[in-house]
Design a protein around this ligand. Structure first.
Ligand SMILES: [Zn+2]
Length: 315
């Protein structure tokens, strides 16, 4: 699109007439989740949302940050296009987590990025906690629970690693990366403090969720997670497992069955319905969509805390 208004008046008139077009044009010219690099900016490719959030906050204006997992897509079973695989090789920095998304692990092996943060090598990954184990053959796909980002102190570790990599790659903006990272760490410490303060007062310590993503959160804040269908959100729980979860709900005086934004609430509703319990969202932060309760990691963590406080009787 190309027009050159010759007078101030015609520029004004064109501006009026095309006013509605300007906004979409402006939006298109801002690379958000595109991996195309603008001149002078670094190109950071991240595996999924929490790493995209951290990278955007630390890089500020100095990088185009993209996510391999589209908003609203399920990161557990990500598949990559050839173009995405190529974008990994072309990136200045890749932020990913070995053992979480096998397509990403393979692509990293194929097209060795120049710089990478492998979160699995800087955060201590723990064994899964709180899945209902009935020995019924519903094996989970992970020996280590990948959902480390639901403990905000782990996100601090990732923030510092991204800061260090960006400072190495682009030393002329080291001061900005350090300042941005310090601000984010302060925000994350704020989240951690709210969780610590609020969740220490809960009358109930147990919560039940359809996606057992909250083991790190439970561990840090002294709660007990019961996951209905294990760690992979697409697993259908067996009738035996549902009956077992209902028993546990009764034993632990659980008021609420939690489900996540990206997945159908049907399983939660069927369990809750029988027991006349409530259902509510506990978001594993694997992506942000217009259905998310908040527009970024910090806001959704805050919404999760509100939901937990209500369900578990915390002040
Ligand atoms: Zn998950």
């Amino acid at each position: 699109m190309n027009f050159t208004p010759r007078t101030r008046l015609s520029r004004w008139a064109v501006g009026l007439v095309l006013g509605a077009l300007i906004v979409p044009l402006a939006a298109c010219s801002t690379p958000s989740s595109s991996s195309s690099a603008s001149a002078g900016k670094l190109n950071v490719v991240t595996a999924f949302y929490p790493f995209e959030f951290v990278s955007q906050r630390v890089a500020g204006d100095h990088a185009n940050v993209s996510s391999l997992t589209a908003p609203g897509a399920e990161p557990h079973d990500l598949e990559l296009t050839p173009k995405q695989t190529a974008s990994i090789g072309a990136a200045d920095l890749v932020v990913y987590q070995t053992g979480f998304q096998s397509a990403v692990d393979q692509a990293i092996k194929q097209s060795t990025p120049k710089h990478a943060v492998d979160v699995a090598s800087i955060v201590s990954l723990q064994a899964p906690q709180g899945t209902v184990d009935l020995g019924d053959g519903d094996d989970d796909q992970y020996t280590k629970d990948p959902h480390e980002w639901l403990d905000p102190t782990n996100v601090e570790t990732i923030t510092n690693a991204v800061r260090d990599q960006l400072s190495t790659i682009d030393p002329s903006h080291k001061g900005d990366y350090e300042a941005n990272a310090a601000k984010l760490v302060a925000d994350l410490q704020g989240v951690d403090n709210s969780y610590k303060t609020s969740l220490s007062t809960c009358t109930q310590k147990t919560f039940i969720t359809t996606h057992a993503a909250f083991g790190y959160m439970a561990r840090r804040y002294g709660l007990n997670q019961i996951g209905i269908s294990g760690l992979s959100p697409d697993e259908e729980p067996s009738p035996t497992r549902i009956a077992k979860v209902q028993d546990l709900a009764k034993q632990n005086n659980v008021t609420t069955i939690f489900y996540e934004t990206l997945i159908s609430p049907k399983v939660a509703e069927s369990i809750a319905g029988d027991l006349h319990l409530k259902t509510d969202v506990l978001d594993p932060l694997e992506g942000i969509t217009d259905k998310s309760r908040g527009s970024d990691y910090l806001q959704v963590m805050d919404s999760n805390l509100t939901a937990l406080k209500t369900a578990n009787g915390c002040s």
